[in-house]
Structure formats: C-alpha cells, structure tokens
Design a protein around this ligand. Structure first.
Ligand code: FES
Length: 672
C-alpha cells in the first residue's frame, strides 16, 4: 500500500498528496486550505468540522469511500467536548479524523476562516470575515526550577510552536492577564491583533470576541455588535446624537465651537459619552461582556470625525476646508472615553476630502464602485450630498450643498419621516386629484381602509420622499411648468389650486390641518436638487462621460425615495430605471466590513488617495449646470430611460428665460 494518499478539499478545489494517517487539519495546513481552528487541534473548539464525501470523482480522478477516513472515536462521539456542536452525524472533527485512503472532503462555510457570510439585516449580500484580531488556544509549558523563564516567554514559545506566531508584544496590563490566566493546567487563550500583539488573555478555552461598527451621523449614532469569529450580527441599536443640543446642523456646531471657548471639548465629550452609552446598550442587548469587545470601527462625516477625535473642526467650516488628516486613524478606545479593555482599539476610516468623510469611505467599501466595469454613481443625500462616480479605472468624489429641504426643513408643511407624514403621492393628470400614503398606515388615501387605519394618526405634514414625489407628480400632471411655476389658470378647473399672495399653492390634503405645497416649497426643492444634479454633472464632465450605468441612493433618505421619482424630479441623471436603487445605510455597512476584514481596511486605505476630489464651489461650470438643473426634471437633458416607464409631458416653461437653462432655448419633445 502506498504511503501517500490523494486528498481534495472542496469547495476550494485544493488538492495534493499527504502521508497516510495525516489528520485532516494537518493536511489542510500542508495544502494551504482555509480550515478554522482556535484550539489548535485539541478537540475543544469544534471549528475544524469537515464533511467527507463518498463516491467516484472523475474530475479529480479519485474514488472516495467510507474507508478513506478513520472511524470516529470517542472524542468525536460520546466524549465530544467541542464548544461548537457537531453539525450532523456526517460532520467530522478535522483535527481528529485521519486520512486512510484517497479522499474528497468538504469544508463547510462555517469552518472556513475567510468565509462569506450573508448579512441581510445589514443590507449587504456577503462580507468576508477576516478580522484583524483572532483567538489562539495553547498549553504553556510548566516552569522548571533548573531553567526558570518568564511566563511571557513560555507563552511566546507555545504560540510559536502551535501557531507559528513569533515576535509577539504584550502591554503591561496584558502581561498581568497572562500571569493570572496561567493556572495549574497551563491552558490559555489569547487574542492576537494583526499577528503582532497579544491584546487579551483568558484562562482555559475562550471562544468569543466581539467588535462594534458605528456610523456617527449628525442626527443619529447607529451601531452593530458582531461576533468577530463568525461575523454574526448580535445586536443593533442607535441613539440620537446628543450634539444636537449645540446645533441641528453641522455648521451650527462648528459655529458653536468658534463662538464658545472650550466648546470643542464639550462637543467631543458629549459624543464620547454617547458612544460609550451605545457600546453599553449593544453589549447588554447581545448579552456579552464589555471586556470581550476588542475592536471598534467608526465612520462619520468630516465634522463628526474631527469632533470625535478631538481635532479642530473650525477649518472644515470654510474654504479651503482643510482636513487635519485624511489617513485612517487607530487609537485605544479609552482615548475616546469608551470603556472596554485598555487594549480595545478603535479604527476610524479615512476621510476623502474636507466635505467628503469617512462615512463616504464606508459607502465605497460597501458598494465597491472601484470594482465595477459599469459607471456607477453613488449618492448619499442629506443636508450635504456626497457623490462618488466612476468605475474600476478611476473614481471621483465631491459634495454638494443640498441644504435641509430634503429632510423637510424649509418646506411649509415639511417634517421628518415619522408617523403622520405623507410619504407617497400620486396625482391624477385629468382631475388633478391627489391620493397619498402616510407613515403608519398601509392604505392609500382613496382606499376604503384608509379612514380606519388613520383614525389614530394625525396627518401632520410631508416628509422628504413625499416632497420628491409630490413635486414630480405636479410636473407630470402639468400643475407646474418645467421651471417649477404653479399654473394659476388651473384654479378654474380645481379647488386644489389656491391663490396665495401672488403665487399659487396646491392643496394636497384637506383636513385639520390643510396641507399645501406652496410655490416657495417647490423653489426650495428646485434649489436643493439642482445643487445635487450640478455636482453629479461636474463629476461626469471631469470623467468625460455623458451617462451613468448604475445609480445607488444611499442613506435613510435614499432608501425611501422611489427610484423613478428621483429621476423624474431631476435629482439624478436619466438612467435605466432598473439600475437605480437604494443602497441602504451604506456607510454603516462599510464600517461593518472594515470591522470584519483587515484586507478591506488595507484596500480602502490604498483606494482613498487615488480618488480625485472635486471642489464644486470653485468649478467654473457649476453655475451653468446648476441653472439648467433648476428645471424639472432638467432644462435640456433627454430622458429616454425615464420615458419608457413614465412618459413625460411636453416641456413647458412659464418664464422664457428659464428655458434651456438660459443658454440654448431648446425644448424637449415628447417621447413616446
Ligand atoms: S481544531 Fe479545535 S476541535 Fe479541532
């Protein structure tokens, strides 16, 4: 009988020959197969589970049989002590099962270190789990009277022998933990960061370490707690950003710092306290110890980023909007007032430019336009819109000052997206009668169930998505001209057009209170959407393209806009409507990706310096793009894709000067 046997690992397809009698874990190591282990083959962790296959595998030239693997002994059956239960009676412990003949063996996803995990809740298809901090179990040699050595040195020796880890550092606090952890049986689990530093130690076997990813928005701070070994999301929670008490929007917080000596410390401390509270809430919800949280990843816009890190945010308040640093930042969690271990580290993604922050870096990591063959446009709409455009060849980024109109501010009946806000609108182009849906009820206002469902709801206003839809619908129904003027002549056709101080309003909801869309509301939306569209156009111009292939709308607002209405209003350029979609909280998802993958951190750090930053305010053509984009959907652009799903009316201007963006005088023909 030959002393060597063939083994094929699926799904990787790695194969080779090993000495008969080799256990599967060792064979996997020899052949470079990704098979997980924390206990190093002691039968304790249960992470090395594999499933042997039986049959003829012509592709590999192998017949794999029941006899190709040793029979399970007591350590895999009656005496099994693995923390992770065996997946089925076909699952075998890789560290105990020996290869006796040619074998095909499957490594299930949960036994792979670098696996893809599905994260529906986090709005991403798959995330590669490859954390910077990993656990290692080992048994440390006993002290010998004749050859006394330090406990740290003995531990280092064991880790070098069992795990090929060398040159490990440990801080004083960790040395203390090691000393305490090394009890009589000398079994210990250590957490090693970046293969360089021991950051925690536990007596015996320990198999859980956690990390938290946080998206710090100017209004809310949202976090996810994840198991760093499995990538499982165990808790999700959020808080209002308490800095709101210093100012609703970002600039008012910068003003607060400018006007109040010591204000920057107040703002930073307030954020640290909130973060620490969020960490506590997440740990409680997931029922884990704070001391087992070893990693945090944070993202936020540049001002949040600077205030968080105690950097001066004042330079971000005016040109040239200088960042203190555009590199990723790593710092002990304790420096940000976060109470975990003193070795717990915080990683903050890099900012891109003075207006384009670490949250956009997170969104890029989530959406990966840099890996796309198609031209992808990624837009995160808030009081500032961050825009990223490009494909695998090159990315550009900019921000446009859209203002708070999309969040309901500056709109007479605008409000945040809470119960009672109108969020969907349709207008009959014949009768000009509206129907709508409000948050908190399923039925449309013209359906019989509506009255019952809204009995306990007061219809109080219109939220961002409702504003987008109502203005777009008013354009589609011919209530407003392309330059956004409410047609007063329609007052003779419907009581819904109401004169209001030399302009006209549209009565969207009759009741207590009446809800109108006023001329000034439309103007505010035009200004906001023109700023965004002009920013996008600038990037397209720099990239030398006249179309985009795919549009991803990120953030809470982007999640609620119906894609075709974003195009119909002229918020974004015409595009195949099927390729316009919501990206969810892409910034938060990016933070999760960076939490679970060291490789992702390296990739985004390498990518950010290659992105071309465009400063919209100083670009000569911005104004021209802005004027053209004031029209709804646009003064001159064609809409072949939108027309397929939503035929546009003839483009009609109330004021001749607005036609053609004041430059071409072109009118769009109706397209069928
Ligand atoms: S490696 Fe831990 S049980 Fe096999």
């Amino acid at each position: 009988m030959a002393d060597e046997v063939s083994v094929v690992f699926t799904p990787s397809g790695r194969q080779g020959t090993v000495a008969r009698g080799t256990n599967i874990l060792d064979a996997a190591r020899e052949l470079g197969v990704d098979l997980d282990t924390v206990c190093g083959g002691r039968g304790i962790c249960g992470r090395c589970q594999v499933v042997p296959e039986v049959g003829e595998f012509a592709k590999h030239g192998i017949t794999s049989s029941e006899d190709s693997i040793s029979a399970p002994g007591p350590s895999e059956t009656t005496d099994y002590r693995g923390r992770r239960p065996l997946g089925s009676d076909r699952h075998r412990l890789g560290c105990h099962a020996e290869i006796c003949g040619d074998l095909v063996v499957d490594v299930p996803a949960e036994s792979q270190v670098h696996r893809q995990v599905v994260r529906k809740r986090l709005e991403v298809d798959n995330i590669s789990v490859d954390p910077v901090t990993r656990l290692y179990f080992t048994t440390v040699a006993k002290q010998e009277l004749e050859t006394p050595r330090s406990e740290l040195d003995l531990l280092r020796d064991s880790l070098a022998t069992d795990w090929q880890l060398s040159g490990l550092n440990a801080s004083l606090s960790v040395v203390k933990q090691i000393q305490t952890a090394l009890t009589k049986d000398r079994e210990i689990t250590v957490a090693v960061r970046d293969g360089e530093e021991i950051v925690a130690a536990w007596s015996g076997y320990h198999d859980a370490i956690y990390g938290i990813a946080v998206d710090i928005g100017s209004t809310t701070i949202a976090g996810h707690l994840l198991d760093l070994s499995t990538g499982d999301a165990l808790a999700t929670n959020g808080l209002m950003n308490p800095q709101i008490k210093f100012g609703e929007d970002l600039m008012s917080r910068v003003s607060y710092v400018m006007m109040n000596p010591g204000g920057e410390v107040e703002l930073t401390t307030t954020m640290h306290e909130a973060l620490n509270e969020l960490v506590g809430q997440l740990a409680e919800e997931a029922e884990v110890e704070r001391s087992d949280i070893l990693e945090l990843v944070l993202v936020g816009n540049p001002i949040m980023h600077h205030l968080l890190l105690g950097l001066d945010s004042v330079p971000l308040g005016g040109a040239p909007f200088a960042l203190a640093t555009d590199k990723a930042v790593e710092t002990p969690a304790s420096t940000l007032g976060i109470d975990c271990r003193d070795t717990t580290r915080v990683y903050v993604l890099p900012c891109i430019a003075g207006h384009v922050g670490a949250d956009t870096a997170g969104a890029i990591l989530s959406e990966r336009p840099d890996l796309s063959d198609d031209y992808q446009l990624l837009v995160d709409v808030g009081t500032n819109a961050e825009i990223v455009l490009g494909n695998r060849e090159h990315l550009l980024a900019a921000s446009s000052p859209t203002g708070p109109a999309f969040e309901g501010a500056q709109i007479s009946s605008g409000q945040r997206a809470t119960v009672g806000a109108i969020e969907r609108v349709r207008i009959d182009p014949e009768t000009l009668e509206p129907r709508f849906r409000v948050i908190g009820a399923e039925a449309w206002s013209n359906e019989p169930e509506f009255a019952e469902q809204t009995k306990k709801i007061t219809i109080t206003g219109i939220c961002g998505s409702g504003i987008i839809e109502v203005v777009a619908e008013m354009m589609l129904a011919g209530i407003i001209s392309a330059d956004g003027v409410v047609d007063g002549e329609l007052a003779s056709r419907t009581h819904r057009i109401v004169e209001n101080d030399r302009t006209f309003s549209y009565l969207l909801h009759e009741g207590e209170p009446n809800i109108y869309v006023e001329q000034n509301d439309i103007r505010a939306i035009q200004l906001a959407k023109a700023a965004l569209y002009a920013g996008i156009k600038l990037l397209m111009e720099h990239r030398g393209i006249d179309h985009v292939d795919q549009i991803r709308l990120a953030g809470a607002f982007g999640s609620h806009i119906e894609p075709k209405y974003a195009v119909a209003l002229g918020l974004v350029p015409d595009c195949d409507i099927d390729k316009v979609s919501a990206a969810g909280n892409a910034a938060g998802t990016g933070a999760v990706i960076a939490l679970l993958s060291g490789q992702a951190r390296r990739e985004i750090e390498a990518l950010i310096p290659t992105i071309t930053k465009i400063e919209t305010a100083t670009e000569a053509s911005f104004q021209q793009h802005f004027v053209e984009a004031m029209a709804i959907p646009h003064a001159v652009a064609e809409y072949p894709h939108l027309n397929k799903v939503m035929p546009l009316p003839e483009r009609r201007f109330a004021n001749a000067a607005a036609a053609g963006g004041a430059s071409t005088g072109r009118r769009r023909r109706r397209r069928s």
